[in-house]
Structure formats: structure tokens, C-alpha cells
Design a protein around this ligand. Sequence first.
Ligand SMILES: NC(=O)C1=CN([C@@H]2O[C@H](COP(=O)(O)OP(=O)(O)OC[C@H]3O[C@@H](n4cnc5c(N)ncnc54)[C@H](OP(=O)(O)O)[C@@H]3O)[C@@H](O)[C@H]2O)C=CC1
Ligand SMILES: O=C(CO)COP(=O)(O)O
Length: 307
Amino acid sequence: MTKTIAILGAGAWGTTLANLARANDHQVRLWSRQGDLSLEDVVKNAEIVLCAISMKGVQDVALSVKSCQISPQTIFVTATKGLDAKTTRTPSQIWQTEFPDHSVVVLSGPNLSEEISQGLPAATVVASKNTAAAQVVQQVFSSGRFRVYTNSDPVGVELGGTLKNVMAIASGVCDGLHLGTNAKAALVTRGLTEIIRIGKVLGAKTETFYGLSGLGDLLATCNSPLSRNYQVGYQLASGKTLTEILASLPGTAEGVNTCQVLMQISQEQNITMPITEQVYRLLETQVTPKQALDELMLRDTKPEYHQ
Ligand SMILES: NC(=O)C1=CN([C@@H]2O[C@H](COP(=O)(O)OP(=O)(O)OC[C@H]3O[C@@H](n4cnc5c(N)ncnc54)[C@H](OP(=O)(O)O)[C@@H]3O)[C@@H](O)[C@H]2O)C=CC1
Ligand SMILES: O=C(CO)COP(=O)(O)O
């Protein structure tokens, strides 16, 4: 059944998702601040409103959508991977707070948009407390090139995609310093342990992090030069400043902001986040990449906890 879909954000991810939905014969209207269509016209009568804008714009756009005419049945889908700097909320928590009577679905997975745009195969997850809403979104995007799984842990799926961005920065540093495959395996594995530790405190289920939106996205992003977050780390290791890197980066690297929000959460909730802390100190120029490595390697010895 053809659906009317409003996609907010005409960046790399919003455009790619719009093309996937159009390829399945859905009617798609795309909104961005630069576009010709007003937000009101784009969301009017939409059965699905999908947000793929950067984290920094989500709260304001959600408030703007609230003042538009929205059908009571509209499903909201969020594809943003970040945390709100003011409230530490996830994007789905923002949408659910502004639209408490609507279903909210999180779409997240190992989805480097450039590969999907080239028609390469990929899989993703759509997660919601409302299974029927997740299944609607699954049907909208599923194709022979894009395999979509449903899941009932939206916060876990969302945090997998968000927290791995910090690990992707660390992985870029690891590769930029040419530390080798053993070091990378150790970093990504301990990164997953750290993600699970944070995620559990923030309300996610542990097992979600072993799926596509957790381990899957961690592997994709930590190993691909297509990842903007990986690029930030890689270029920091080569001696560039963060300002220089962000000035030439094609698109958003959410891990930079996420890292700051996580440090706030770490202090408030007393969660140990050694890798995140070193990425934060590196971004703040408190340590060099080599010093960050030494700090991690010379921490107190301990048993191998998995969570
Ligand atoms: N690219 C990818 O491979 C993937 C990206 N994501 C996530 O999707 C989100 C968007 O990423 P991506 O499309 O790559 O980023 P881009 O930088 O390519 O695009 C960002 C989009 O967000 C919009 N935007 C930014 N700030 C605001 C604001 N204050 N108000 C309104 N709109 C704003 C931009 O609008 P404008 O054009 O008007 O400036 C643009 O449409 C990120 O959270 C990212 O982590 C998730 C999976 C894959
Ligand atoms: O989330 C992504 C892949 O799943 C995209 O990663 P980057 O935002 O680091 O480019």
C-alpha cells in the first residue's frame, strides 16, 4: 500500500532514505531549511514523518512540527544518531515527549549512506514499543537491497547507533596511528563493553547491543573511511585540529557532541567510560592521541568484565 511520507532533513541520510521509499512507490516529500516546501506543507496528511536531521536541530524541529497539522495516526520515525546537549535525551525520547499519543519508531543499523546510495546491500532495524507501527515502517523500506528487521527495544537500538560514534572516533585514531589489528580488535571489543555498560543504565536491553544496531553498526563505522566519525579520529591522529577537520568534513560527525553529553552523564550517574573519556580529552586537546593510548593501556589491571 502506497504511503505518504514526510522526510525531514535532505542531508546524506534523509536523501538516501527518501530514495529507498520512492523506489518502493511511496509518495515522499522532503523538507530541509534550504528547500522550496514549507514544513507545514511537507508534514500535512503524512502517514509517516521521518526525521533524519542532525541532533542539534531535532528539538526545535519537533516543536515546529507540533504547530503543524498532523493526523492522529501519523507514525514518527527517527533516524538521527545523537543525544540532546541540553537534556541528554535521545531523539526518540524527544519525539515521544512532544507527541505522546503517537507511535515513535527508531530506524538504525550499519547504514553508511554512500554504500546504500550505490545500491549495495544493507540491513537495518526498526524498533518501537508499538510492533504494528514498526511493521508498517519495515514494509515501507524493505527491498531486495535493504533488509529491515523489527525490534521492540527502541532505546537500545537508538543507543547502539549513537554510542558507536564515539568508538568510531577512537577507531579512526587507532588506524591513523597505525596501531595494528590486535589493538583495533581490543578497542572495538572493549568499546562494545563500554557501550553496554552505558546503555544498560540508560534503559536499553543488553542483547540489543549484540544485534545489527549495536555490534553491526559498531563494526561498520569503526572500519570504514566513509564514516565521518572515523574520519575525525583518523585526521586527529595525523595532527590536524578538530576545527580544521570539521571545516572540511562532508556532513555531520555526531560523535563529537555525543562524547560531551556522555561525559555529563558519566559524572551524574557515576558510569565508568574509559574510552569515551579519552576521546573527550583528545577532542578538548587535553591529551595527544599517543597520550590517550598510554592512559588506556596503563589503567589498573583487572578481570575481563563483559558489562
Ligand atoms: N549519513 C549516514 O550514513 C547516516 C547518518 N545517520 C544520522 O542521520 C543524521 C543526519 O546525518 P546526515 O544526513 O549524514 O548529515 P548531513 O550533514 O548530510 O545532513 C544534516 C541534515 O540535518 C539538517 N540540519 C542540521 N541542523 C539543523 C537544524 N538546526 N535545524 C534543521 N535541520 C538541521 C540539515 O539541514 P540543511 O540541509 O537545511 O542544513 C541536513 O538536512 C545524523 O544524526 C547521523 O548520525 C544515520 C545513519 C546513516
Ligand atoms: O551511522 C552511520 C553508519 O551506520 C554513519 O556513520 P558516520 O555518521 O560516522 O558517517
